[in-house]
Design a protein around this ligand. Sequence first.
Ligand SMILES: Cc1cc2nc3c(=O)[nH]c(=O)nc-3n(C[C@H](O)[C@H](O)[C@H](O)COP(=O)(O)O)c2cc1C
Length: 179
Amino acid sequence: MSLKQPMKYTDYFPQVMEMMSTHGILLAVWSQPGKLANAMTIGWGLIGSVWSRPCWQVMVRPSRYTFELLQSQSIFTVNVLPKSHTHALAVCGSKSGRDLDKLAECGLTVTPGEVSGAPVIDQSILHYECHIVHSNDFVPEAMIPDIRKGAYPSGDYHRVFWGEILDCRVDPDAISQLS
Ligand SMILES: Cc1cc2nc3c(=O)[nH]c(=O)nc-3n(C[C@H](O)[C@H](O)[C@H](O)COP(=O)(O)O)c2cc1C
């Protein structure tokens, strides 16, 4: 039984940003809807309000399996695991779902989200169910040379997926596991 309860999308913002930028959080997408999910670690992302809709912006390079999956899916989740799950964050951030079932490898399980059906990682402390409402590619010519050279030596420019947050939940008793 899930101990999570609905929260506002702005709740726990400092903790989520800190966790994302220091350890990473997990972006999950179905690879076989309802049966098999893939997760990748992300370290970049934004939460905000656009078109009067709460949104996550996640940035995914075209070389990722997740990118391929997001071409045919309109839903994803963002999941924040306890800090202690360093192995899972390392595996999901270095291996590709093209080669293995990363979630099984890490002992993680998923359940379809209550609102969108997107794969929610059961072991997460917080999760957001998102529906893709827009996507766009970074424009090299519009980027300062410093970032272009530093982040894109091989030209693998991120695509930005804008996911409207349809639902977000937290286990408040577990929040201390983020620090
Ligand atoms: C801490 C950390 C943060 C990362 N952040 C991103 C990110 O924001 N966007 C991205 O495209 N890749 C990011 N990566 C790399 C992907 O997680 C990695 O390439 C992963 O193996 C892709 O998995 P997939 O092929 O199953 O999609 C990150 C990796 C780590 C370790």
